[in-house]
Ligand binder design. Structure first.
Ligand code: B3K
Ligand code: ZN
Length: 880
């Protein structure tokens, strides 16, 4: 008989067990402490007896000593909240095991053994949504980063790769569909109301890529034939009723598979590829081998319920997860410090894919906007970390814009310096060398060096140093020459006081003012603190266009003459640089106003430049829409050493109102013109929808009564969600009679559609309405609101925290509301709760009165008993 231990009797070292329960005594994991595992697990068999309330898991681990690891007779099997119900070694009951905190330790005499451990878990009680959990009556898993240890005792680290056989059985009525990684090997029906399925995944993988789904699902099925002739059965699994909204996701998947073959030479490697959509999910999606699990938000789309932005997001997340099959799964990470190895690279791959599927220049601008609004503030705040961090307490806190988006920019710079063809050679070499391995960022860099023929010795600093480099630019002219002086400074960040200069690749062009053209773009790599560059043959001072295409993730510090910015906003042939000129024109004007200037001339320059953009026949509307967007308040705050959110908001809204009033006829005409385009998903129709709502945004600031009427009409006539949501967003910020009526209409019209009801929450939380705090408080009490669904929580509170005039309310009420949320949510879903800490963590860069209020809320959270490790780490780092 198996030895069954009483779970109430503590095992192992009591001090360590206490430490695990009290995160206030932090465990710190350091990159430099990495040791290869002492034991490997070449094969795993898992047997699940499925139940929503209780699922029994029998795990059979074939373990072997690692010849490259330390010799240790004890194997550590990580657990999180698990109790071993029985432990056998080589088929015999074992009594040598102990618990060390939450981990199971077993002493093994030989070099290879078979360990069988039985555990029981409670999926319906799992509100953290890590491990195996229940969502809407189905069972699903999320294991990255450390969720597998909530399912079975296992060496839960990415450098332990195993092949998996998974058998599951359960009630046929509750779980008609049974899915896991790899290929279906067998299935059966014993005739007692249950059924079973067995899945085999031939590719060795770390346990964070394990997945299981059991539920009542229907599939959109299709197939794809790979370049090597393999026929792959594709299926997107959703709840009955959602099937009609899966077409775009399926097309995106097939496009991704083809693109990865053509662009990176990567072919798919199983006979099936399954995607399952679940409505309770902590993030966007997960790349489990052959069984991607997605937040419904990134699968379901149709014109009635999804905006153009939602369509783009579905396309890019489907691509991202699919691309992980090579950059992440076939080549995985040695340890979690290497996260950017798979995430930065895969983000770059999905960005390049989306560039190829639509407008490359608009996509580039959107990606830079995300970087500047999410990553730049991270890099200049208390949570700054290099793309390859050096230490962490809770790895979930490091799935950041830095690791993902700056990580992508760093690899993009390598590509810019090498050129696309040489970069591809480097990538080929990387995949060839490291296929089947758990690799490091260093491995990637070396493969790019060898394959692309680059020397990246100094470039490695981009992996090690945090902080956005500041680039100062000086352009002088004399004697027919233009002399450009570039200097860089990487700011100090927590734990990194001293920085060294990094290679900064800058694409630049010098324009002739008269002809409006330049003599060709150049790439300079600034690899020292300061360097000068001389350009001959300029009788007149040229106009400099620098960091074209945003070739480096740096902040350019340069006061550019207004006339030059107006010139570039009108003439630059690099679309990003044109956008950048327009942004700089606005930033220069607004910072002058915030500093107390009257800003009249800057405002007029912005007005002229915008008027020219509204009417430029050479621009397509998608690009025109980008150029119309004013820099966000978070980005504006970044330009100031200490920000006054009230002043920033006032200045930006003031400019918007002035533009809306002064260019009213033009905006009105644009709104009318755009309204004439019929519905379509082509670039022209999408562009028309984009400028249509943009025009409304300005009109709402300049002439609210006119805008309310137009918005209400746009809402009522809309045959698609982009127009309807855009109109409602504008109305939500106005005190117009149509506001309440149409918000109620929207709520009733989409009753039961969770993703659209999320929009209803977000629109109100993000609004410019002066009573937004009261609205959010009321929405938090709305019967449709729940802390148990991360999409719903984010739809209300992320939108609110990102709404500066609400979050930064001068009385501190916004800070208090977010702190309350963190405290209430932490015991339910720690990962999601911790994501709300960074907005409060900006306190050092905010004016003194608000700063003190923000800090006080962080301190209040820090005093709460039994905070999760996730929230505790973020709060303590934020307090600094
Ligand atoms: N790799 C997952 C993210 C997992 C997050 C865990 N906290 C999705 C992605 O980046 O593709
Ligand atoms: Zn990813």
């Amino acid at each position: 008989m198996d030895i069954v231990q009483d779970p109430t009797v503590p095992q192992g070292n009591p001090e360590q067990a206490d430490a695990a329960a009290a995160p206030q005594a932090p465990r710190i994991i350091r990159r430099e402490d990495y040791l290869p595992p002492a034991w490997l697990v070449p094969r795993v068999s898992l047997d699940f007896a499925l139940g929503l309330q209780r699922t029994r898991v029998s795990a059979v681990l074939e373990v072997a000593r690692n010849p490259d690891g330390a010799s240790d007779p004890v194997i550590r099997l990580n657990g999180d909240g698990l109790t071993p119900l029985s432990v056998r070694v080589d088929g015999e009951p074992n009594n040598s095991w102990t618990m060390d905190g939450a981990d199971l330790l077993i002493t093994l005499p030989g070099a290879a053994h078979e360990i069988t451990v039985v555990t029981e878990i409670e999926p319906a009680a799992n509100s953290q949504l890590m491990g195996l959990y229940a969502s809407n009556g189905m069972l699903c898993t999320q294991c990255e980063a450390e969720g597998f240890r909530r399912i079975a005792f296992f060496p839960d680290r990415p450098d332990v790769l195993s092949t998996y056989r998974v058998r599951m059985s359960g009630d046929k009525g509750l779980f008609p569909i049974l899915l896991s990684n790899g290929n279906l090997a067998a299935s059966g029906d014993p005739g007692d109301g249950t059924h079973w399925a067995e899945w085999h995944d031939p590719w060795p993988k770390p346990c964070y890529l394990f997945a299981l789904v059991a539920g009542d699902l229907v599939a959109n099925r299709d197939s794809f034939v790979t370049c090597g002739g393999r026929r792959v059965d594709l299926a997107i699994w959703v709840r009955d009723g959602d099937l009609e909204r899966t077409g775009h996701a399926m097309q995106s998947l097939k496009n991704s598979m083809k693109w990865d073959e053509e662009t990176f030479g990567r072919e798919y490697d199983l006979d099936t590829f399954n995607i399952v959509a679940v409505s309770d999910f902590n993030m966007g999606a997960m790349e489990n081998k052959g069984l991607n699990i997605f937040n419904t938000r990134y699968v379901l789309a149709d014109p009635e319920t999804a905006t153009d932005g939602d369509y783009d997001a579905v396309e890019s997340v489907i691509a991202h997860e699919y691309f992980h099959n090579w950059s992440g799964n076939r080549v995985t990470c040695r340890d979690w410090f290497q996260l950017s190895l798979k995430e930065g690279f895969t983000v770059l791959r999905d960005q390049l894919f989306s560039q190829d599927m639509g407008s490359a220049s608009v996509k580039r601008i959107e990606d830079v906007r995300i970087l500047r609004s999410a990553q730049f503030p991270e890099d200049s705040g208390p949570l700054a970390h290099p793309i390859r961090p050096d230490s962490y307490q809770e790895i979930s806190n490091f799935y950041t814009a830095t690791v993902y988006n700056k990580g992508a920019e760093v690899i993009r710079m390598m590509r810019t310096m090498a050129g696309p063809d040489a970069f591809r050679k480097g990538c080929d070499l990387y995949f060839e060398r490291h296929d089947g391995q758990a690799a490091t960022c260093e491995d990637f860099i070396r493969a790019i060096e060898d394959g692309a023929g680059l020397d990246l010795s100094q470039f490695r600093l981009w992996y090690a140093q945090a902080g956005t480099p500041k680039l100062t630019v000086k352009l002088e002219h004399g004697g027919g020459k233009a002399v450009l002086t570039l200097a860089q400074a990487v700011p100090a960040t927590p734990g990194q006081a001293e920085k060294r200069p990094m290679p900064i690749p800058l694409r630049l062009a010098l324009f002739d003012r008269e002809s409006g053209s330049h003599r060709g773009e150049q790439l300079v790599v600034l690899d020292a603190e300061e360097r000068g560059y001389t350009f001959d043959g300029f009788a007149q001072p040229p106009v400099l266009s620098i960091n074209r295409g945003f070739s480096a993730p740096v902040a350019v510090e340069r006061h550019v003459p207004e006339a030059d910015l107006v010139f570039l906003a009108a003439h630059d042939d690099d679309p990003f640089a044109r956008y950048e000129a327009m942004q700089s024109l606005v930033v220069q004007h607004l910072t002058a106003v915030i500093d107390g200037g009257d800003g009249a001339s800057g405002r007029a320059a912005v007005g002229d430049a915008l008027a020219a953009i509204l009417e430029d026949p050479a621009l397509d509307d998608l690009m025109r829409g980008e150029l119309m967007i004013l820099p966000g308040e978070a980005y504006l705050a970044e330009q100031l050493l200490i920000a006054d959110p009230g002043a920033i908001h006032g200045a930006r809204e003031g400019l918007k109102a002035w533009l809306g009033a002064n260019l009213k006829e033009r905006f009105f005409a644009l709104h009318q013109r755009a309204g004439e385009a019929g519905f379509g998903r082509d670039a022209a129709a999408r562009g028309a929808r984009k400028i249509r709502t943009q025009a409304l945004v300005y009109l709402a600031a300049g002439d609210p009564a006119l805008a309310a009427g137009l918005a209400a009409a746009q809402y009522r006539a809309a045959d698609n969600m982009t127009d309807r949501q855009g109109a409602l967003m504008v109305l939500a910020g106005l005190d117009a009679p149509e506001r309440e009526e149409l918000l109620a209409d929207f709520r009733a019209r989409y009753d039961g559609n969770a993703l659209v009801i999320d929009k209803w929450f977000s629109i109100q939380a993000a609004s410019l309405h002066p009573n937004v705090l009261e609205h959010v408080k009321a929405l938090a009490r709305h019967p449709d609101f729940t802390l148990n669904n991360p999409n719903r929580v984010r739809s209300l509170y992320m939108a609110f925290a990102a709404n500066p005039h609400a979050f930064h309310s001068a009385d501190g009420e916004g800070y208090r509301m977010i702190a309350d949320l963190i405290v209430d949510l932490d015991p339910i879903n720690a990962q999601t709760a911790a994501r709300f800490v960074p907005p409060l963590g900006r306190w050092r860069r905010i004016e003194p009165a608000r700063s003190a209020l923000m800090r006080a809320q962080l301190e209040r959270i820090s005093r709460v008993d039994r905070l999760s490790r996730d929230t505790y780490e973020q709060v303590m780092r934020s307090l600094g």
